[in-house]
Design a protein around this ligand. Structure first.
Ligand code: BGC
Length: 737
C-alpha cells in the first residue's frame, strides 16, 4: 500500500509537468458531463487506486508527520495522491477562510494576502463583496498550487467565547449561510473546490473532540443546520468537513443522521464529506455512516481507511458500492470544478497590491461603528493633536490563530507574543493604523503610547485633542476565551477616558467582548481582525474617507450571563472524557435568546452606525409564490454618501416560534446624499416555518405574520401584517443562487 502511494506521488509529480501529455482516457472526454466522467473513472480504477482517493495525509514536512509526502505542498494541511495510471489529479489541500494559510510556522516565501476574518466579512452584509474576497483567496490558493481550500466556516455563534468565532459568519442562519455561501462561490470560481465546515455544532473549541452536543431535531434544523443548508445550496461546495465533536451521542464523522440522512438524503448533497483532521474513529462506522475521505493522517495509528477499509470490504462489512460512491463523489466535484482538467501549478505569481485592495475593501465595509456620541467621529479637522494608544497600533493589526493563520506579506509586525507553539504565536499583519493615520492627516501631531502603563498612556492622552485606544483580544483554534479583554486593557481605557473626555476605542476582537467602560468613552469601533490592509482601513474609517457601513452579525451582551451558558464547559474535563453540553436554548441563538428573555444587549445584532443618516419608509408586504415579499424605500437624509443595511424581521402574530422574531431578509443599498432607493426582498419560506419532524419538512402555519423593517434586532422599526396560508416544504427545499 505504502509503495503504491509513493509510486503514485512520483507519477503525480510527473503529471504536473507539461511533458506528461498522453492519449486522453475515456473519463477525460470533456464532451461528457461530470457524472458520466466520474463513473468512467471509477469503473477504470482498481481497488487500491480507489483507496488512494479516500485518504488525505497531513501535508507538512515536520518530523512528527510520519507520512510527510514529497508531493505535498510545503507546510500545507493535506495531500491526497492522485492516480497517475489514469492521469487523475492529486488533491493539494490548504486552509482557510482568510487566505492561504501555512501550518505551524511562517515560511518567508509563503506569505499571502490576509482577507479580514470571516466575522468581519459577515459584518459587511454584502454578499457581492464576499464573493470578491473569496475569489481573491481562491486565486492565491491556485497560484500556490492548491486545488482544495478548507475555507467556509459557518458554525453559529452560540458561545461568545468560542475561539473560532472569528472564522465564522455570526449567529444568524440566514446571514451566516448567505455570507459564507458567497465566500465559497468566490473561491470556487478559480476552478478549485473548497469545503464548508465544521459539520456540525462545533460551537466550542475546548475539548472539541469529546464534547457531546445534545439538541433536539427541530432546533437543530432551524439553527446551525439551516446555516449550513443555506450556505451549501448557494454555493455547491465540493466538500463538507465533518467536525470533531459528537452530536446526540455519536461522533459527527460517523453520524448517520447528520451525514447520510440530513446532508446526503434530505439536502441531496452531491459533493463529498471529508473529516476534520483526525476526526475519524471507526473504519466501518465511518465508511457506512457517510464519511467519504479521512483527512489529516499523520501516523500509522491514525488512519481508518487504506488497508483497514480494504479488509472490511473483503470480508463484507462494507460493500464495494460504498467505496465506489465515495470515490465517485470526490472525482465528480474535481471534474466538475475544472480542478481535474486544469491542475494548479505553484507559480506563486500573486498580484499582491490588487489583492490587498480587495482585502482592504472588505475591511472598510465590515468595520462597525458601534458608538459615536456627539459625532466624535469622523475625526474633525480641528483635532490637531491625536494620541494613539495600545494594541501595537504603531506597527500592525491583529490576526486570528490556528489552522486559519495566514502569514501576511512582510511577516508579523510583532514577535514573541502568545503561545510559543501552535496555535500561536500571535501574528500582527504589518499594516499600522498609526502610520496610516499620519498619511491621512499629515498636518496632525500624532503621539504614541504603547498602553502597557495606563498612567503613562493617560499622560499622553491628556495632552491631545482626541485619544484613540486600540484594544485587542487574540482568539484562536483549540482555545476558548473569557469575554473580558486580557492584559488589564479595561483599566487602560478607563485611565485614558479619565484623562481625555474625547476618547474613542478601536477594538480588534474575534467576537463579542464586554465593555465596562462604554459609558465613559465617546466612540467605539469594532474592527475585528481586519486583514492585510486593516491599518489603512481603520484610518480611513476614523478620518471619514470611508463612511462605515458594517453591522454586527452577533449580539454584544452586557454580561456573560446574558447568554445561555455563562461559561464554556470543558475546562475541568479529562482529555478522553466524553461529556454532554445540552443546547437548551434550542434554535433561540443570539438575538433570539436575548429577545426571548427580554435581555437588553449592549449592542444588538444588526447594529451599525454611519456618518450619514438614513430614513426607511413605505414598507409594504404581500404573499407571492407562497412566501412573503416586502418592498420599501431608503433615503440618505444626511450630507455624505453612505451604505445602508435594511433588515426585515418576521414574526407570527400568534407566537409559537423559538423566539419572538427572526431575520427574514436583508439588503445593502449605496446612496448619495439626498437620494432614495427602493428595494424588494423575498423571505425564504423556511424562515416563516417550523421544522416538523413527523413529516419531515417545514410547516408554515396559516395566520398573520408581522413583517418589520428595522435597522437592528433591537429597533422597533415599522411593521405591516401579512396573512399566510398553510404551507409545507420538503426538508431539502432551498433557494439556490
Ligand atoms: C481544523 C480544520 C482545519 C484542519 C486542517 C483542523 O484542526 O479544525 O478547520 O481545516 O485542521 O488544518
Amino acid at each position: 500500500m505504502k509503495i503504491t502511494r509513493i509510486l503514485a506521488t512520483v507519477a503525480a509529480l510527473a503529471l504536473c509537468s507539461p511533458l506528461a501529455a498522453a492519449a486522453p482516457l475515456a473519463w477525460q472526454n470533456k464532451a461528457l458531463n461530470a457524472d458520466a466522467r466520474a463513473n468512467l473513472l471509477v469503473g477504470a480504477m482498481t481497488t487500491d487506486e480507489k483507496l488512494l482517493l479516500v485518504t488525505s495525509y497531513y501535508g507538512t514536512q515536520v518530523a512528527w508527520n510520519e507520512y510527510r509526502d514529497p508531493g505535498a505542498r510545503r507546510q500545507s494541511a493535506g495531500f491526497v495522491p492522485g492516480v497517475p495510471r489514469l492521469n487523475f489529479t492529486p488533491q493539494w489541500q490548504t486552509d482557510a477562510g482568510s487566505g492561504v494559510a501555512t501550518q505551524g510556522v511562517a515560511v518567508p516565501d509563503l506569505q499571502r494576502t490576509a482577507l479580514p476574518a470571516g466575522i468581519l466579512t459577515a459584518s459587511t452584509w454584502n454578499p457581492d463583496l464576499a464573493v470578491r474576497g473569496g475569489a481573491m483567496i481562491g486565486a492565491e490558493a491556485r497560484a500556490s498550487g492548491f486545488n482544495t481550500m478548507l475555507a467556509g466556516g459557518v458554525d453559529l455563534l452560540r458561545e461568545p467565547g468560542n475561539g473560532r468565532n472569528f472564522e465564522y459568519g455570526g449567529e444568524d442562519p440566514l446571514l451566516a449561510g448567505t455570507m459564507v455561501g458567497a465566500i465559497v462561490r468566490g473561491i470556487q470560481s478559480n476552478q478549485i473546490i473548497t469545503t464548508i465546515k465544521h459539520f456540525a455544532f462545533n460551537d466550542q473549541e475546548r475539548r472539541r473532540t469529546t464534547v457531546n452536543i445534545l439538541i433536539d431535531e427541530p432546533s437543530a434544523r432551524m439553527s446551525d443546520l439551516l446555516a449550513f443548508q443555506i450556505a451549501i445550496e448557494q454555493s455547491s461546495p465540493g466538500s463538507i468537513m465533518c467536525s470533531y465533536n459528537l452530536v446526540n451521542g455519536e461522533w459527527a464523522c460517523q453520524n448517520d443522521w447528520l451525514l447520510n440522512k440530513v446532508l446526503k438524503h434530505d439536502w441531496g448533497y452531491k459533493g463529498f464529506v471529508m473529516s476534520d483532521w483526525g476526526a475519524m474513529h471507526d473504519t466501518v462506522k465511518n465508511a457506512l455512516n457517510g464519511l467519504d475521505q479521512e483527512a489529516g493522517v499523520q501516523k500509522p495509528a491514525d488512519y481508518v481507511y487504506r488497508d483497514k477499509l480494504k479488509a472490511a470490504i473483503a470480508d463484507g462489512r462494507v460493500p464495494m458500492a460504498v467505496l465506489d460512491d465515495k470515490v465517485r463523489r470526490i472525482a465528480r466535484v474535481l471534474i466538475e470544478s475544472g480542478a481535474a482538467d486544469n491542475p494548479p501549478t505553484p507559480d506563486n505569481r500573486i498580484p499582491y497590491a490588487a489583492h490587498e485592495a480587495v482585502s482592504q475593501a472588505d475591511a472598510e465595509e465590515g468595520i462597525v461603528l458601534l458608538k459615536n456620541d456627539g459625532h466624535i467621529l469622523p475625526l474633525a479637522g480641528t483635532a490637531r493633536r491625536i494620541a494613539i494608544i495600545g494594541g501595537h497600533a504603531d506597527v500592525g493589526v491583529l490576526t486570528g490563530g490556528g489552522s486559519a493563520q495566514v502569514y501576511p506579506r512582510g511577516g508579523s509586525a510583532v514577535h514573541g507574543e502568545g503561545p510559543k507553539s501552535w496555535p500561536g504565536p500571535i501574528v500582527y499583519a504589518p499594516s499600522s493604523p498609526l502610520k496610516a493615520l499620519k498619511a491621512e492627516r499629515p498636518g496632525a501631531r500624532i503621539s504614541w503610547a504603547d498602553g502597557s502603563d495606563p498612567a503613562a498612556a493617560a499622560t499622553v492622552a491628556s495632552k491631545a485633542d482626541v485619544a484613540i485606544v486600540f484594544v485587542t483580544q487574540w482568539t484562536a483554534e483549540s482555545l476558548d476565551f473569557p469575554l473580558t479583554l486580557p492584559d488589564n486593557q479595561d483599566a487602560l481605557v478607563d485611565a485614558v477616558a479619565r484623562a481625555n473626555p474625547n476618547t474613542v476605542v478601536v477594538l480588534q476582537t474575534g467576537g463579542p467582548v464586554l465593555m465596562p467602560w462604554i459609558d465613559r468613552v465617546r466612540g467605539a469601533v469594532e474592527a475585528w481582525y481586519p486583514g492585510s490592509k486593516g491599518g489603512e482601513a481603520i484610518a480611513r474609517i476614523l478620518t471619514g474617507k470611508v463612511n462605515p457601513s458594517g453591522h454586527l452579525p452577533a449580539t454584544f451582551g452586557r454580561a456573560a450571563s446574558d447568554w445561555p451558558r455563562a461559561e464554556i464547559d470543558g475546562l475541568n474535563r479529562g482529555e478522553k472524557e466524553i461529556f454532554d453540553v445540552r443546547f437548551s436554548e434550542g434554535a433561540a441563538v443570539g438575538y433570539k435568546w436575548f429577545d426571548k428573555n427580554g435581555t437588553r444587549p449592549l449592542f444588538p445584532f444588526g447594529h451599525g452606525l454611519s456618518y450619514t443618516s438614513f430614513q426607511q419608509s413605505g414598507l409594504s408586504a404581500g404573499v407571492k409564490r407562497g412566501t412573503i415579499v416586502a418592498s420599501f424605500t431608503v433615503r440618505n437624509t444626511g450630507s455624505v454618501a453612505g451604505k445602508h443595511v435594511a433588515q426585515i424581521y418576521v414574526s407570527p402574530a400568534a407566537g409559537g416560534w423559538e423566539a419572538p422574531k427572526r431575520l427574514g431578509a436583508f439588503t445593502k443599498l449605496t446612496l448619495a446624499p439626498g437620494r432614495a432607493s427602493s428595494a424588494t426582498v423575498t423571505i425564504d419560506p423556511r424562515l416563516l416555518g417550523m421544522w416538523d419532524s413527523a413529516r419531515p419538512g417545514w410547516k408554515v402555519a396559516a395566520g398573520k405574520y408581522r413583517v418589520t423593517l428595522a435597522s437592528s434586532a433591537a429597533d422597533r422599526g415599522t411593521s405591516v401584517i401579512v396573512t399566510m396560508p398553510e404551507r409545507h416544504l420538503p426538508a431539502g427545499a432551498g433557494v439556490a443562487k
